[in-house]
Design a protein. Structure first.
Length: 241
């Protein structure tokens, strides 16, 4: 799906393009009454006072790519998920940001809304985040959003990921140290990495970040890594439904 076509479709259908939200039980609410929450951008470089015009962390080979996604996920969940949905899966009334192109057009559209917010008929549908959160948070959230997998990308792998989760959870329940289970864990980690690498983004960004990549990264042999990996898979697969 093309984001520009999505927006044209909304207008063609006569639907007002408003940044409203669906809460978990389906009520439509404005977002403007929610105070923006500060985002901890520790570890990301200072981008200066002058706003950049394109995402500095789009390249997955950039040393800050993974951290930007982690910071952006936190910022998104605090400030954006209420309207745009968990894992950026929109309920249909707010723009589906998974399809906001990872290019100059997408960056321009995103920055305008992030910096200035959105008001309709005198009602604030989205607050202005620019001065309150700054551009490090802006581009971190942008990086998180544009790396979401395409619609249905995980579907062919969901049953296998559930099976992997069950194996890891069983090991965790046996209180087996991850280092002792490495012979079992290593091929599962590799398999999840391969699944992660096969996923395409909805935005056209070069690499997707997903429950598969998060789980593979967490499965590092550290204390509680088995339990944490099982939790990541459980929560992530539930959100992807």
């Amino acid at each position: 799906m093309n984001f520009r076509n999505w927006m044209l479709g909304i207008f063609a259908a006569g639907t007002a393009l408003s940044l409203t939200s669906l809460d978990p039980i389906g009520r439509v609410e404005a977002h403007g009454d929610v105070a923006p929450q500060a985002v901890d951008t520790a570890g990301l470089p200072d981008l200066g006072e002058e706003w950049l015009v394109e995402n500095p962390w789009r390249d997955p080979d950039n040393q800050f790519w993974a951290l930007a996604i982690k910071v952006g996920a936190s910022g998104y969940n605090q400030n954006c998920a209420r309207c745009h949905g968990l894992e950026v899966i929109s309920g249909g009334l707010a723009p589906d940001l998974r399809y906001l192109e990872a290019d100059d057009f997408g960056d321009e559209w995103y920055l305008e809304r992030y910096q200035n917010g959105y008001t309709q008929n005198g009602v604030t549908k989205m607050p202005a985040f620019g001065e309150l959160l700054g551009q490090e948070a802006a581009w971190a959230i942008r990086t998180y959003v544009e790396t979401r997998p395409d619609e249905g990308a995980l579907d062919p792998h969901s049953e296998r990921l559930k099976a992997i989760r069950d194996v890891i959870q069983e090991l965790a329940e046996k209180a087996m140290p991850a280092v002792e289970a490495e012979d079992t864990i290593a091929p599962l980690r590799t398999e999840m990495e391969e699944i992660a690498d096969s996923l395409e983004t909805g935005s056209g960004a070069p690499r997707a970040e997903s429950v598969a990549s998060r789980a593979a990264l967490q499965l590092d042999g550290s204390d509680d890594s088995l339990k944490k990996t099982a939790e990541i898979l459980t929560i992530g697969l539930s959100a992807a439904k």
